[in-house]
Design a protein around this ligand. Structure first.
Ligand code: BG6
Length: 471
């Protein structure tokens, strides 16, 4: 790894679900792989009163319950926990930030160094505004003696175009763009990074990847889990803001983007951004054919959810791009909770052969199909036409498929990559403000009309609402 100087990692929301399930296990993995700086300190900030020792115990338990890499020894976990401490506080109390700043400064003085500071906002977006400004005013986010401060923010960044712009203006007035790391953990997944190699490192695919050969693209994120204990966050947010505005649109950007001029941060982000900016606004009179929302039947039974909640747990969109190479190609986007299967996939359907020797009644060919499965397993499958064995000449469809897992080298928890890249200062897999705003520009007009659309009910464990706009 590049030689990284001493760094303090401060997790705001250090007692929350994201910290327990993803961040703390990812930090332990980095520690075990010796990818954290030699001198580092992790401070958790949360509301619950805890001593450092109690927080270390909490961290050890979170790791035990959620770490996907089981190669850690007990000693390893104990060594890691030695680097962990705790500050009790709440996000709306300026005193908490003073205490945090004091804890950060104490570590610096004890070690006679000015550490880099990495702030991870693992908190609901409603706190962002206050946190950005209080970190600044209390000096907690100060950079000194050549050290850096990076601020990591989780999606959704804002609730719509206007709130995202307001947050963005505030952030830009306090921090430089190179200090801001807007997380979309989908970009950090191995399988998602692989889309670039698959598309641009294979001549076979570079050539036919456009409207002349492709009929439609289907991006689907199907989850079996329901909203459960996350209702507090989810209610009023809904599926479109939770995973549509970000993860799904980023997948679309990677599938449709032009080949970047260079393999560098600016070129890759620029290429993704070009696609997002080319998303055509869906006119309201086309909503019937292009937009659909649903809610699973028991959603309103959750204690936190209002009895008449209109929050969608499922959506479908038909998007189109204002780019010459994609003219007329529909991108069907869908996602939902409490469905029948756990799978994130991208299916690219190629056009049927409509000329040549196989356009006959007896030898019908079917369009090729490429399926990139992002999870649960990273697989790539291509269907193509072959001759059916036998005396006659008929065609049948066969599938060539392989799984990309690489054992221990595989990064199973995308947050490991998120944290690593933010420490080494690589912003390639983080969204630029222009990408976030372009995505909101497409989504906001839909959200504004959301409540006027039917909310189709579906039973848990099914494929979603009976009605669908996907062809
Ligand atoms: C998060 C959403 O960003 O992504 C969750 O807030 C969703 O609702 C999750 O379940 C899915 O991520 P993954 O990595 O489990 O596919």
């Amino acid at each position: 790894m590049p030689n990284i100087s001493a760094t303090q990692i401060i997790i705001l929301g250090g007692g929350g679900d994201l910290s327990q399930r993803k961040l703390l296990p990812a930090l332990l993995d980095l520690f075990t792989r010796k990818k954290l700086p030699e001198t580092f300190n992790i401070i958790g900030l949360a509301r619950t009163p805890r001593t450092d020792e109690q927080y270390r115990q909490f961290v050890a338990e979170a790791i035990e319950a959620h770490c996907t890499n089981h190669n850690h020894t007990l000693q390893n976990v104990m060594d890691f926990c030695e680097h962990v401490s705790y500050v009790q506080g709440s996000f709306d109390d300026i005193e908490s930030y003073h205490r945090l700043n004091e804890a950060i400064s104490n570590f610096d003085s004890t070690n006679s160094i000015a550490c880099n500071r990495l702030f991870y906002l693992a908190v609901p977006p409603k706190h962002y505004h206050q946190i950005f400004s209080d970190l600044k005013t209390t000096g907690a986010a100060d950079e000194s003696h050549g050290s850096w401060t990076h601020i990591l923010v989780e999606k959704p960044f804002g609730r719509d175009l206007e709130t995202a712009q307001t947050l963005d203006t505030q952030l830009a007035s306090l921090y430089r763009e190179d200090q801001i790391f807007r997380i979309d953990h989908y970009l950090a997944k191995e399988a998602v990074q692989n889309i670039l190699s698959f598309r641009f490192a294979n001549t076979l695919l570079k050539v036919p990847w456009n409207k002349d050969s492709i009929e439609s693209v289907h991006i689907n994120m199907s989850e079996t889990i329901d909203v459960g204990h996350r209702a507090n966050f989810y209610e009023g947010v809904g599926a479109l803001r939770d995973v549509g505005q970000n993860h799904i649109l980023q997948l679309l950007a990677l599938v449709a983007m032009r080949e970047p001029d260079n393999f560098n941060t600016d070129s890759i982000r620029e290429a993704r951004c070009e696609v997002l900016q080319a998303l055509k606004e869906i006119p309201t009179d086309e909503f019937e054919a292009s937009v659909l929302r649903g809610q699973y039947e028991d959603y309103q039974k959750n204690d936190i959810v209002a009895d008449d909640s209109q929050t969608e747990t499922y959506f479908e969109l038909k998007a189109e791009l204002d780019l010459s190479e994609w003219k007329g190609v529909p991108f069907y986007l869908s996602a939902g909770k409490a469905l029948d299967k756990e799978e994130v996939s991208i299916v690219v359907k190629f056009l049927d052969i409509c000329s040549g020797m196989f356009v006959t009644n007896t030898c019908l060919s079917v369009g090729n199909k490429i399926t990139l499965t992002i999870s649960p397993e990273q697989t790539i499958a291509i269907t193509f036409n072959t001759k059916t064995p036998g005396l006659g000449f008929n065609l049948e469809s066969q599938t060539l498929s392989f799984t990309c897992e690489k054992g221990d080298l595989d990064i199973k928890n995308a947050y490991e990559k998120v944290l690593y890249d933010s420490i080494i200062g690589d912003q390639t897999l983080f969204t630029h403000t222009k990408e976030v705003l372009a995505a909101w520009k497409f989504i906001t007009p839909i959200i504004e009309e959301w409540d006027k659309l039917p909310l189709h009910q579906y039973k848990k464990g099914t494929k979603g609402p009976a009605k669908s706009i996907i062809k």
